[in-house]
Design a protein around this ligand. Sequence first.
Ligand code: ATP
Length: 231
Amino acid sequence: MSLLELQNVHAAYGSARVLHGVSLKVEKGERVALIGRNGVGKTTVVNTCIGAARLTSGKVSFMTRVQKPIRAFRAARSGISIVPQGRRIVPGLTVRENLLLGSAPDRKGPWNLEAVFAMYPILRERADGLGTAMSGGQQQMLAIGRALMANPDLLILDEPSEGLAPVVVDELGASLVRLAEQGTAILLIEQNFGLIRSVGDRYYVMAKGSVVEDGRLSALTAEELKRHVSV
Ligand SMILES: Nc1ncnc2c1ncn2[C@@H]1O[C@H](COP(=O)(O)OP(=O)(O)OP(=O)(O)O)[C@@H](O)[C@H]1O
């Protein structure tokens, strides 16, 4: 069953048309990378799903149900959690409070505060401190933990490696693979080819608002992958 499917999606911000016919899907338990150079429309794919960009034609379906784009909190209730670009840790709230913001009480599953603390022990240590006082890598763990609190079937991450040291990116990759092994599907928007390779299984390449290529990452050489993601 497809968790998320876009069929010939066209989308715009105001009168600026950005997506020109995007089709892609993520099935249960899959690890899919959405790649492409800066400004090709990767974030707009996510924004269209949650109504932050305007769907002008085509279809977006969650769990095979055709949807009007739904707001982020409704997406979480439907089983799709988003880790946004730039992490968006809420200022003035503690680590624990940021995590609790992500919970979706109607959704059952393994994730709760204790489970997130077990996966990322630093969040337990810093639970009563401000989320924004932590390092970039720790804030990324917080953003992922917050998304997991809704027990998603699909986790969408938008450039999670941005601003992180290479060793932290490696740890991030390992934690995403563990999540996928536990059954959470992943849609990873990324430019860091090491992270794409370690996490992704299938890929879609975007250029100028369209999907121009897709396949299995194992079939791409490192050179081909680099060409798709170079800025
Ligand atoms: N809120 C907005 N209003 C108008 N145009 C926008 C808006 N957000 C993005 N755009 C434009 O839409 C196009 C696609 O942007 P988008 O952020 O989806 O690309 P991206 O592939 O995610 O790139 P990046 O890796 O730089 O985030 C760009 O030309 C961008 O300038």
